[in-house]
Design a binder for this molecule. Structure first.
Ligand code: CIR
Length: 256
């Protein structure tokens, strides 16, 4: 069960952040509306929220997930792979310090984006991407091992349709992984129940289990129906404006 989450309201320069997709400019009024709906959804799932003020120094700083990995045993501060985002970690630290006694970190030359880290019970899949480098993955695996968790790496660098590992997979509890088609054959996923996401619905693979619900982006009926058929309870959110900046549902919060 999660009880809390940390978020950051998007800044007025949100559209100046990084993106690899060509879906047009985000509309700031809709960005704020969608963020407010996301906050409401987390509250509906029973979470108390810490919503930080916009930080105009970092247009991508609403994507708080990339700055830390929060586990029940410790917080691990990341070192984001995009130089423009490195300073975001310092900005999130005070909010983490209020709830975590043990705080570890990834050090240079390692880089890790939280979006590459998929926690499945006591095992962590660590994506090697254009943001998370092998040294960052090595440091993170060592931290996790000391904390009593297992981990393994998945190289997603050749998968051009995704930015991070979690753009393509989500662990939603009940031993179930939601997996984009291109990754579904990975032998590491044997033993899990797999929900395969078709190529046309790849964006929806970034869904998030929060207590009794699964947050799912709107516009992807096949995944929604499959989740429902398997006994999950989807909570649908419009993510159109965050998608324009390569953002998905998981990146907008740090849940613990
Ligand atoms: C970036 O390129 O870093 C941001 N525009 C999007 C980050 C999305 N984060 C995530 O999926 N965890």
């Amino acid at each position: 069960m999660f009880t809390r989450a940390i978020l950051r309201t998007p800044g007025s320069n949100f559209a100046e952040g990084l993106t690899t997709v060509d879906l047009g400019m985000p509309h700031f009024d809709q960005v704020l509306t969608q963020h407010a709906c996301y906050c409401d959804a987390l509250r509906e799932c029973g979470l108390s929220l810490t919503v930080l003020d916009p930080d105009l120094r970092y247009p991508d700083s609403t994507f708080v997930e990339d700055t830390a990995i929060l586990t029940p045993r410790a917080a691990i501060l990341t070192r984001p792979g995009a130089a423009a985002r490195e300073g975001e970690v310092e900005g999130i630290l005070p909010a983490i310090q209020t709830s975590f006694g043990s705080i570890l970190s990834i050090e240079e030359p390692g880089t890790v984006d939280g979006g590459d880290i998929c926690e499945a019970e006591s095992h962590f899949f660590i994506g090697i991407s254009h943001r998370t480098n092998p040294e960052g993955a090595r440091q993170l695996a060592a931290h996790l091992s000391r904390l009593g968790y297992t981990s393994s790496t998945i190289d997603v660098r050749a998968m051009t349709s995704i930015l991070h590992l979690k753009s393509g997979i989500a662990y939603i509890g009940e031993n179930t992984l939601v997996v984009m088609d291109e990754m579904a054959a990975n032998p590491q996923f044997q033993g899990f129940n797999l929900i395969r996401v078709s190529v046309e619905e790849t964006y929806a693979a970034n869904c998030v289990r929060v207590n009794d619900r699964v947050l799912v982006a709107s516009g992807f009926p096949r995944l929604r129906d499959e989740l429902t058929a398997r006994g999950f309870s989807p909570l649908i959110l419009n993510m159109s404006e965050f998608r324009k900046m390569d953002g998905g549902l998981s990146c907008l919060s740090l849940r613990f």
